[in-house]
Design a protein around this ligand. Sequence first.
Ligand SMILES: Nc1ncnc2c1ncn2[C@@H]1O[C@H](COP(=O)(O)OP(=O)(O)OP(=O)(O)O)[C@@H](O)[C@H]1O
Ligand SMILES: [Mg+2]
Length: 242
Amino acid sequence: MQGFFASLRMTALTTTRLNMKHPGLFITLEGIDGTGKSTQIRGLVRHLRECGHRVRVTREPGGTPAGERIRAILLATSTGKLAPQAELALMYAARAQHLAEVVRPALARGEIVVSDRYNDASLAYQGYGRKLGTAGVRAFDRIVCGRTQPDLTIILDLDPGQALARAQGRETRRKSRRGRFEAQGLEFHQRVRAGYLAIARSAPGRAKVVRADQAVGEVQTAIRELVDECLARHLKSIRKRG
Ligand SMILES: Nc1ncnc2c1ncn2[C@@H]1O[C@H](COP(=O)(O)OP(=O)(O)OP(=O)(O)O)[C@@H](O)[C@H]1O
Ligand SMILES: [Mg+2]
C-alpha cells in the first residue's frame, strides 16, 4: 500500500511537462535477447504519455532508414561470421546516424527519448560477448556518442536459458527465424549477461538492474518507479537552474 501511495506522489510530480527550453531525458532499456525489453517499453511509453510527456521511442541497431539497413546486415543469419571489429564498427555507424537523426534532435526539443538498446549493448555484446574488451568499445563511444549518454538505463536481467526460451517462443508464434545473436548459444549470452551486470556495478547511479523473472506487470511497476524517480530528479534540477 505504501508503495502505491509513493507511486501516486511520483506520478503527480512527473505530470509537470518537460518544456521546449530544456533538454529532454534519455532512457535506455538493455538486456539479452528475450528478457522483455520491447514488452516493457510499450508499457513505459503508455505511462509516460498518460502523464503528458512527449516521448520518442526508438531502437538500436536501427532507428533510421540507413540504420535499419545496417540492422538487417547485423541480424541476418545469412550475413554469416563477421569479424568482431566489423560488427562493432557497424553498430557504431548505425548509432552515429541514430544520434544525428533521432536522439539529439529529440533531446534538444525537450522530449523523453526511450531507446530499445544503446551503447551499453556494444559493451555487453561486443566487449564481453565477442571478447573485444571494454577499452576498444569505449574508444568508439567517446568518438560517436561523446556526451550523449543515457540519464537512466534499465537492465532487464534474466537467466539466458529462460530468456532464449522466451525469444524462441515469440519466433515460433510469428513463424520467424532466429537471428545471428539469438543463434549464438548459451555461453555467449552468459558472457553478455555478465557484461551487463558489470556495467551496472560500475555505474550504479545510472544503470539499474530489474529482475525480469517476474510477471510482466511486476517488472513494469519496478521500471516505472525508477523512471518516475529519475524524471522527478531531472525536473527538480531544471527548476533549480530556472
Ligand atoms: N515477464 C515476462 N514473463 C513471461 N513472458 C514474457 C515476459 N516479458 C516478455 N515475455 C514474452 O517473452 C517474449 C520476448 O519478449 P520481448 O520481445 O519483449 O523481449 P526483448 O527483450 O524485446 O527481446 P529481443 O531482444 O529479442 O528483441 C515475448 O513473447 C513476450 O511476450
Ligand atoms: Mg525486442
